[in-house]
Design a protein around this ligand. Sequence first.
Ligand SMILES: [Zn+2]
Ligand SMILES: [Zn+2]
Length: 405
Amino acid sequence: MQIIESLRTHAEENIRLRRDIHAHPELGFEEHRTADIVARRLESWGVEVHRGVGGTGVVGVIRKGRSQRGVALRADMDALPVQELNRFAHASQSAGRMHACGHDGHTTTLLSAARVLAEEAQFDGQVVLVFQPAEETSGGARAMIRDGLFERFPVDAIFGFHNMVNLPIGHFAFRFGTGAALTNFKVTVEGRSAHAAMPHLGLDPVPAACQMVQAFQTVITRNMRPVDPGVISVTMIHAGETTNVLPSSCVLQGTVRCVGDDVLDRVKQRMAVIVQNTTAAFELSGSVEWSGYCPSVDNHAEETEFVRRLMTDLAGPENVHLRELSLGGEDFGYYLKLKPGSYFWIGNGAGQGAEDHRLEGHGPGPCTLHSASYDFNDALIPVGATFWVRLVERWLPAGEPIRAD
Ligand SMILES: [Zn+2]
Ligand SMILES: [Zn+2]
């Protein structure tokens, strides 16, 4: 793939920026430092900047030519509550916070593209650069939309990408159609505490909670159509303080992912019935709360075909892959409910160990998303930024594209 010349010239600077953001991770809606860096850089290239869109979000607008058409490019800025195990120089300086999903790289890649778009690219229309907060908690996209993102900055389509581990640098992946919708749950089972040697004097919530964990799995296997993919994962079980006292309550938390909001609604309804009736059977009371809903990423056909063709033209068909369905969540789905667009993937490096880009001092775990040993591959920055620029040039065509080298 031919990288745009100026991205080569600025490669070192862009890597320094990516590592600086990596060293200073900020959780969802707390991205003040990151947002400030984004805004100041954009301003230094003469880009119109709007701060505080949807909390800590930043929007940059670049207009060229006379066309009323527009396209939005989105990057996410937030980090995760993970204690980084990497020991290299740009490892997180904040205890318990880490850019373990590569949003430091997504932000840097879009910024790198923004400079090229502002300073040298030829296009006819409006480019809206969306630097979004809080992707991991699913609140950021919604917050920006509620803050009038599409009314204030009109576009015809929106695009976004995620780095993809175990896919070599220079490779791309796309997917037509739908992804997973998700919601998190919190089940509270209320009983009555008693001496552990005299359980008949209390109401033990633990056996009921255990039955529920089992019964939830039957929702996937007995209530959903066998051809519909779905997963219910109970990821937290909390009850009790000591060995000789029955706890008074037990809390189960976890996540549900399935394809389609209608399927998700059915799963939620079944889980609620299980909670209600299992607790009743054990003479307990129970409730379930839902949070963190995120709609499925429903890629639009035309825009996905546009992305696929651009990938093929830039990287060659042998480096472009059809992505299989994943039940991973992504709040980009909120944008796609309102605007046509497509969400795609760019390779972050080959091999689960990703030895091709891991620096000395990396942690002992795999270089996979949300792992404490993960790191974004700096070699993706010029690849992704070139792709962003070419996407704009093709979506908003005007004259000759800028030189590649
Ligand atoms: Zn993530
Ligand atoms: Zn991510």
